[in-house]
Design a protein around this ligand. Structure first.
Ligand code: PLP
Length: 462
């Protein structure tokens, strides 16, 4: 173990920055390009925003705007609030924060834990509405004596803090070998400041932005116009307007990622890399992996920002119920097993009729178990299928067929799928002609999935 923190620090704020750079090894399997994560969750407030909290406060002090007993006001997605509140706690200032209601309740509680006052505002209002969290913060700063607006979306101290710290740290930690830097802008401070520093050291370094689907930033970068955004669930990144702290001149490329992919990757980073991170980190790493795959060069050095701790999102992306509620559970997790396990509790997993049984017996079974079709088995093997509709139709034409064995009047057997087959792979198989599929595990029939089961499950998702 390398010795770190070998001397005591002064109170609180000296531990901000100089976060570790960690090589990713599992999520990058099969990719030749090395990918390193800048682990910003090591900051004392748990996010990259600690860097700007202290920088903004010390700048306001230097400029004489913030005096003893002063108040710091900000519209914040949470992490900037923590960064400011942390520095304010150490330095003895009061904090008032406004924050949109889509933010995790954990974040609100966290800000309050640092002694900040928190005002929650509606997410679904236009950027220029007085209830918008940024507008609200401005009004509070204007009306409160001794107050300073941190103003992270306009305050150039924000990108400057990254120019002074994050950039030089990465240059030194990679010994100048960094070739790509990836982060998704919220204010753009991280990407702009770090990117500018790195490009000054080596203009060939590519600075790549991630953006959530629904944010207007990627569209602005590509078409120089601000389009219509729509809400998304990843927190802290993307925007519905273009902040002044986003310096597009240092950005080479923008890549858009869905909520679902961002969350899935964040979960993998925890389980496979032991890195407890949030959704914006998942999005950044999704971009980093696509870049690394394309670059395909063992001598390149891709660095991706790991923005904040996942502990802030335990009730959201780490909660299956929440993901399901927002239809964000990755479809490949919806496997046949899930459908079988979620049938009504008293329903038997698999009702079959023997090939030698009569149509009458088959129809009785269907009535007893309230199903409209059955697989036909012989010696434990699926050999055919019968449906209520076709047996009835035959019986109406030829009543004696009711006492004939199903073997003589059955239709083709249902397709057999593996218990771990994902829904999106077998749902297309289910049709008017194939109303059900049989599910096997290790060669043994375990259950049946019908069109009804799939529909039933989808309705539960809504
Ligand atoms: C979780 C999280 N990730 C990333 C960012 C983006 O950083 P920046 O505002 O420097 O672009 C933020 C900003 O609020 C954030 O809260």
């Amino acid at each position: 173990m390398m010795p770190v923190h070998t001397r005591p620090y002064d109170p609180g704020l000296e531990t901000i920055g100089w976060t570790p750079l960690i090589r990713l090894h599992r999520v990058t399997e099969g990719i030749r390009t090395p990918v390193f994560g800048k682990a910003e969750f090591f900051n004392p407030g748990g996010s990259v925003k600690d860097r700007i909290g202290i920088a903004i406060i010390e700048d306001a002090e230097r400029r004489g705007l913030l005096k003893p007993g002063g108040v710091i006001v900000e519209g914040t997605s949470g992490n900037t609030g923590v960064g400011l509140a942390l520095a304010a706690a150490v330095k003895g200032y009061r904090c008032i924060f406004t924050l949109p209601d889509k933010m995790s309740s954990e974040k609100v509680r966290l800000l309050k834990a640092f002694g900040a006052e928190v005002i929650v505002t509606p997410t679904a209002v236009p950027a220029d509405h007085p209830d918008n969290y940024v507008m609200k913060a401005k009004a509070i700063a204007r009306d409160t004596p001794g107050a300073v607006l941190a103003n992270q979306f306009y305050n150039q101290v924000n990108p400057e803090a990254h120019y002074q710290t994050t950039g030089p740290e990465l240059w030194e930690q990679t010994e100048g070998r960094i070739t790509h830097f990836i982060a998704a802008p919220g204010t753009g401070g991280t990407l702009s400041g770090t990117g500018r520093y790195l490009k000054e050291r080596n203009p060939a370094i590519r600075v790549i932005a991630g953006d959530p689907e629904g944010s207007v930033l990627a569209g602005y970068f590509h078409h120089h116009t601000v389009g219509e955004g729509h809400p998304y669930k990843v927190e802290g990144i993307g925007n519905d307007k273009v902040p002044e702290t986003l310096h597009v001149d240092v950005i080479d490329e923008f890549r858009t990622v869905s909520d679902s992919e961002a969350f899935q990757l964040a979960r993998r980073l925890v389980r496979e890399e032991g890195l407890l991170v949030g959704g914006s980190t998942g999005l950044n790493v999704a971009v980093a992996l696509s870049v690394a795959r394309e670059v395909n060069d063992p001598d390149a050095c891709v660095v991706v920002l790991l923005c904040d701790t996942g502990e802030r999102y335990l009730s959201k992306l780490f909660n299956d119920e929440w993901l399901r509620e927002h239809q964000l559970l990755p479809s490949d997790r919806l496997v046949a097993r899930t459908l079988i396990e979620h049938k009504e509790p008293d329903a038997p997993p698999l009702v079959t009729v023997e090939a030698t049984n009569t149509a009458r017996q088959a129809l009785n079974l269907m009535t007893t178990y309230n199903v409209s079709q059955l697989p036909v088995v012989a010696a434990g093997e699926s050999v055919g299928s019968v449906s209520e509709a076709s047996l009835m139709a035959k019986a109406i034409g030829t009543p004696s067929s009711l006492d004939r064995p199903v073997r003589e009047q059955m239709e083709a057997p249902y397709p057999v799928i593996d218990i771990d087959a994902p829904l999106d792979r077998f749902s297309a198989t289910l049709s008017r002609e194939t109303p059900a599929v049989l599910v096997q595990e290790n060669g043994t029939l375990r259950g049946i999935v019908t069109r009804y089961d799939v529909l039933h499950h989808m309705q539960g998702l809504r």
